[in-house]
Design a protein around this ligand. Structure first.
Ligand code: AHR
Length: 718
């Protein structure tokens, strides 16, 4: 018997093989003290992809709230024109060269430079503007929504100035002539069904007679007993003629923990339930941007929403930056995790890079300021003071900085210099911080960082099919313990199933996680990616693109509901059930599977095929054990990827007294493609039951296509 290895003298089966006739045995060796499990092992990775924030975690329900999504038309907005109303809407300021002089000067400030003009020549029954949200506005019973918007009537406003240009002039200033202003008076704000027949909630604001921008806010409360729906829109309407200009139109449902400018509660709750140790942000590609100028602009993601212009993003749509640096940090607090900050390192997705040396200094300064915002003293540092002003005087927790993202794409060879320049500057100011390289020695041996002292940690990324992930379950067993480096698996996922991963993905994930957990003395951190997907498909009739840019994600949602993929539940199971010490596990008669890899790849979409040549034979069982040295609880995780049950003898070598009853947490499904979805959100979920008949040696039958965690109560200290 060998520890961590499997004996290969076994019958080869395919996925549809016969039940294991051999006597498979796992021996948990509790007599030897194992290595420590990294307390940071399981975290989250996030970026703005698949409408993860806007139309996802960020609570805002209005899409295109500052009208900058598309310079040619007001995306997500439409005209309400009822009875014999004669009205029109138009963007103002988006395209100044096409806008008559009279229309200039409607900017609120440098960030809010585009607004929506509603011209009402004849009000008919009513005229107004409607927003369709992110594939609908979710309306729920007995719920209070917070609406707000800027509105003004016609008139020449003063030119924009930083921090709020369109403000009333000083008392002695020449009054600005009002061209036409019927805007003053009541305006109705409502949540309505798309056909306008049902009004779920409504309120009235009284617009003052002034040509200057003014913000109005009101609450909209729905009645108890209404059926939840996302077939709704948000309407601002009038029954008076005139010119109406709108900007920063916002609608928030109740947020997680009632944070202002906060998060969608169901999604945040799912993350909290995972008990993650850290959050890797802001990307991913979202950190880098398509071009250097599009890198994550953390400074303009701070402060009042009025000062956030948004930026182009990296995944084909504009980011509002409503979920900005401060909100990321609040998210960390909500989920009791710490940030792992990715800093822009002078390389963008189009391949441009900034060489190490003087040209890189401004980017390093930017990163140092960003770190100062997170941990700088509120009284003695500029950015610490800004954080205090934003609402958080105490520094946040921060231990890890990652320099760039996937810099192996930079074929110029500049990363070594860039990394070292960043690391030197970061560690000079913050010697306590660990600095992570994005190039992993094992994966890119010719591109790795070679200069300077050894790297604290290296980031490895894996996007593979289930079979490849199973193959990689043993890879870390062979990593060098003495020379390092330590590993951060900063992005990984089994990519089968769309929009969210399916059962065979979850089994691949779980197999891979047994390998990371068993080797968590060197794999210190890991996080699945991408985290979120807005599951709305492309609308073929209107051409509206889908919410998804990257298939096979962890958590899916539409405007109204959300669900976890089988992979999500595997993540939760692993994170919530892990001890602090690794227990060595020996195996005999490990059952094997055989697969026709060519046939497998043929049936997979191209992105799931990438990766190296796969071996046709591999185990059907994957396992890891840890124990809690305080309570004595042993956590045995076993993944069965076969289509049949596997009977396994479990021996607890060197164990003290074992409680006869333990707990089984089991996730299983009927076939590899089985999955969860918006319409069937709980098809595959873990089920917890009592397990009886436990002792120093007992048998257990592991279900087909299953992930099992057996919790065994043992005397502490053994
Ligand atoms: O997770 C999706 C993308 O995959 C990330 O943005 C990037 O880092 C990786 O290539």
């Amino acid at each position: 018997m060998k520890f961590h290895f499997f004996s290969a003298a076994l019958a080869l089966a395919c996925f549809c093989g016969a039940a294991n006739a051999q006597n498979t045995k796992l021996t948990l060796d509790l007599s030897k003290p194992g290595a420590s499990v990294s307390p940071m092992l399981y975290g989250l990775m996030t970026e703005e992809i698949n409408y993860a924030y806007d139309g996802g975690l960020y609570g805002e329900l209005i899409r295109n709230r500052i009208f900058k999504n598309n310079p040619t038309k007001p995306d997500a907005w439409s005209l309400i024109n009822e009875g014999d109303a004669k009205a029109a809407i138009a963007l103002v300021g988006a395209n100044p060269q096409n806008v008559p002089n009279a229309e200039r000067g409607h900017a609120i400030n440098d960030a809010l430079t585009t607004c929506l003009k509603l011209t009402v020549e004849n009000a008919g029954t009513r005229a107004g503007i409607a927003n369709s949200g992110f594939w609908g506005i979710p309306v729920k019973p007995a719920t209070t929504y917070s609406a707000s918007f800027y509105i003004k009537g016609a008139g020449q406003a003063p030119p924009p100035a930083r921090g709020g240009g369109n403000r009333p002039p000083q008392a002695n200033a020449t009054p600005i002539p009002v061209i036409e202003n019927n805007t003053a008076g009541p305006v109705t704000v409502s949540l309505e069904s798309n056909d306008g027949k049902t009004v779920y909630a409504s309120g009235i604001i009284n617009v003052e007679k002034t040509p200057y921008w003014k913000k109005y806010a009101l609450k909209l409360t729905t009645k108890a007993g209404i059926t939840p729906t996302k077939d709704a829109h948000f309407v601002i309407s009038t029954n008076r003629t005139g010119l109406y200009y709108f900007n920063l139109v916002s609608l928030f449902p109740p947020t997680y923990g009632n944070r202002p400018n906060g998060s969608r509660a169901d999604l945040m709750q799912m993350l909290v339930d995972m008990k993650p140790a850290f959050l890797r942000f802001p990307g991913g590609n979202y950190l880098e941007g398509p071009y250097l100028a599009d890198r994550f602009p953390w400074k303009t993601t701070l402060g009042p929403l009025e000062q956030r212009p948004g930026h182009p993003g990296s995944w084909g749509y504009r980011a509002t930056d409503g979920l900005g640096l401060y909100e990321f940090l609040g998210w960390c607090e909500d989920a009791h995790m710490e940030p792992l900050l990715g800093v822009y390192a002078g390389y963008s997705l189009n391949g441009d890079h900034v060489d190490a040396g003087p040209l890189l200094v401004p980017y390093i300064d930017e990163a140092l300021e960003e770190i100062e915002y997170i941990i700088g003293d509120a009284k003695t540092t500029k950015w610490g003071a800004q954080r205090a002003k934003d609402g958080h005087p105490a520094p946040f927790k921060l231990h890890y900085i990652e320099v760039g993202n996937e810099d192996w794409f930079d074929k110029s060879g500049s990363y070594d210099g860039r990394f070292n320049q960043f690391r030197a500057a970061i560690n000079k100011k913050y010697p306590q911080l660990k600095v992570i390289s994005t190039i992993a020695t094992k994966v890119y041996p010719t591109q790795k960082v070679t200069s300077g002292r050894p790297v604290d940690m290296e980031d490895e990324h894996y996007y593979q099919n289930s079979w490849q992930m199973q193959e990689d379950a043993f890879k870390y067993d062979n990593y060098d313990r003495t020379k390092g480096p330590k590993i951060f698996v900063g992005e990984w996922a089994t990519r089968e199933g769309s929009p969210t991963t399916n059962l065979i993905s979850a089994l691949g994930d779980a197999a891979f996680m047994t390998g990371m957990e068993r080797n968590s003395d060197i794999v210190l951190m890991s996080c699945f990616a991408p985290l979120f997907v807005n599951v709305n498909p492309r609308n073929e009739a209107t051409g509206e693109p889908s919410g998804m840019q990257w298939a096979s994600d962890l958590i899916g949602y539409d405007a109204l509901t959300s669900y976890g993929s089988p992979s999500y539940y595997v993540q939760s199971m692993f994170n919530n059930n892990v001890g602090d010490k690794i227990v060595p596990v020996g195996v005999s008669n490990l059952p094997m599977l055989h697969i026709d890899t060519a046939a497998l790849n043929k049936n997979l979409p191209p992105q799931q095929r990438r990766g190296r040549q796969q071996k046709p034979d591999r185990p059907s069982l994957y396992y890891v054990a840890t124990k809690d040295s305080k309570t004595g609880t042993i956590y045995l995780k076993v993944v069965n990827v076969a289509d049949h049950a596997e009977n396994v003898t479990l021996d607890l070598k060197g164990a003290g007294a074992i409680a006869a009853t333990g707990t089984l947490i089991e996730l299983k499904g009927e076939k590899p493609e089985s999955t969860n979805s918006i319409t069937d959100p709980k098809h595959i979920v873990p089920v917890t039951t009592n397990l009886t008949g436990l002792g120093k040696s007992f048998t257990h039958s592991f279900s087909p296509y299953s992930v099992s965690i057996i919790k065994i109560k043992a005397a502490a200290g053994k």
